[in-house]
Design a protein around this ligand. Structure first.
Ligand SMILES: *Cc1c(COP(=O)(O)O)cnc(C)c1O
Length: 458
């Protein structure tokens, strides 16, 4: 008999979860104004809101916490992190920051000015926010295949080189400070970018003399997909693949809350000493001195260790198999999910799940609330609420896709938890035709409204 797959770690410390009844959940979600961000965490049984900073650190990471050096300048923790980043990414210079968006803030302060254009593959929302805040423009050059949830394509995060070249041709060289490639592409569903695509983007960028930066929150998951799906990489180690990936970039920003498996942290790394010097000034201004930048010594230690663990094949295999396991359970039952499954989450196509609910009534949010009521599982809406209103017309923007994202924290939940989530959503699917109405907004903020929006039943 072929031995089944099993997780590559065991559990040493546990945290209790609280079960609840449907009646309790009905009360709680009503009090939360039908906004899942307003729920207290103990009102949630399984929390799939995000994989950001929600991972479980290992015994070795916790041991590193005790070894942290809290010296203001030149701490051993800084040097430990510097050497881990150098070894894993190949970049000689780095700046610590308190999280990923802080890395964007520092790097963009040094590089982006008003009226610039920054092409890339579906920029993440904080990335786009930091670009637009500087009155510059993010231009999406993702391949068209990314927007069809039914289409099987191994690298839906890829950049369309024709779209990219068009942007490079149509704009002056000094208006394009950088190209940003997000690996894996969060906004298109945790979809990877192939090595071939990274190589070709860099070649094209070199011809136009434009630097390439990777938004690298899930770089290790991207490397895993390259190993599994791309010809010529099956026998290479994750670390070798990671080094080759970063070889096609001039620098990177990192949210360490993702693939580096820490609860808080980030960094920037680069090859250019002159850029490092310029960015250092903003790091000191916004984040703190360049040898800690918003992180304590112990946190830099845990991050260094997390970078090594996050780039181990066995860990990544466990992680990505768990996401795919949930995806398969839903797909088998007929639930419309994005294919192929992404690295960190399963995306449920809410328009196909609940075709009777109009987009004006927030169909993905309706599905998220039904899942919470059914089993105490918290997912997150990636749809009209998140898309905000048009800044000029103040009309709702209706995105092409209305998705319920089920994001899996790293090393936190077991396969039984995934079975539970699948059963809850499959139950909702079985009674989907009885869900007749969505929601209307009673209160909203002018931007980033999804965090604080208040709703009632339509
Ligand atoms: C999470 C994330 C960020 C922002 O990082 P924070 O640590 O949340 O500030 C940027 N880019 C991508 C792709 C991300 O997933």
């Amino acid at each position: 008999m072929k031995l089944p797959f099993a997780e590559s770690y065991k559990i040493k410390m546990v945290e209790p979860l609280r079960r609840s009844t449907r009646k309790e959940r009905e009360l709680w979600i009503r009090k939360a104004k039908y906004n899942l961000f307003n729920l207290r965490s103990d009102q949630v049984f399984i929390d799939l809101l995000t994989d950001s900073g929600t991972g479980a650190m290992s015994d070795r990471q916790w041991a590193e916490i005790m070894l942290g050096d809290e010296s203001y300048a030149g701490s051993s923790s800084y040097y430990k992190l510097k050497s881990a980043i150098q070894e894993i990414t190949g970049f000689p210079y780095f700046l610590p920051t308190h999280q990923g968006r802080a890395a964007e803030n520092v790097l963009f302060s040094a590089m982006i000015k008003e009226d610039d254009v920054i092409p890339g593959n579906s920029h993440f929302d904080t990335t786009k926010g930091h670009i637009e805040y500087r009155r510059a423009k993010a231009i999406d050059c993702t391949i068209d295949e990314a927007f069809d949830t039914t289409l099987d394509h191994p690298f839906k995060g890829n950049v369309n080189l024709n779209k990219l070249e068009k942007v490079l041709k149509e704009n002056n060289r000094d208006k394009i400070p950088m190209i940003i490639v997000t690996i894996t592409c969060n906004s298109s569903g945790g979809q990877p970018v192939s090595m071939k695509n990274l190589r070709e983007v860099k070649k094209l960028a070199d011809r136009y003399e434009i630097p390439v930066f990777f938004d690298s929150a899930r770089f290790a998951e991207n490397a895993y997909f390259i190993k599994i799906r791309e010809k010529g990489y099956a026998d290479k180690s994750i670390r070798e693949i990671v080094l080759e990936m970063f070889n096609y970039a001039d620098g990177m920003t990192m949210s360490s809350k993702k693939d580096a498996i820490v609860n808080m942290g980030g960094f920037i790394a680069m090859r250019d000493k002159e850029l490092f010097d310029r960015a250092s000034m903003f790091n000191i201004l916004f984040e703190g001195f360049i040898s800690y930048g918003g992180m304590s010594g112990r946190d830099m230690n845990a991050l260094a260790q997390g970078l090594y663990e996050g780039t181990e094949f066995d860990y990544l295999e466990t992680r990505i198999n768990q996401v795919a396991y949930l995806g398969e359970k839903l797909k088998e039952h007929g639930v419309p999910v994005q294919c192929p499954f992404g690295g960190h989450a399963i995306f449920v196509d809410a328009k196909r799940f609940l075709p009777q609910i109009p987009q004006e009534e927030f169909v993905a949010q309706t599905l998220a609330i039904e899942l919470y009521l059914e089993g105490g599982v918290r997912g997150v809406e990636i749809g009209t609420l998140l898309a905000d209103r048009d800044p000029e017309t103040r009309e709702n923007r209706f995105p092409e896709l209305e998705l319920l994202r089920l994001t899996i924290p790293r090393r936190v939940y077991t396969r039984d938890h995934m079975d539970y989530v699948a059963a809850a959503l499959n139950n909702v699917y079985d009674r989907r035709e009885y869900i007749r109405k969505g929601f209307v907004i009673t209160k909203e903020a002018p931007i980033l409204r999804h965090f604080t929006v208040e709703l009632e039943r339509a």
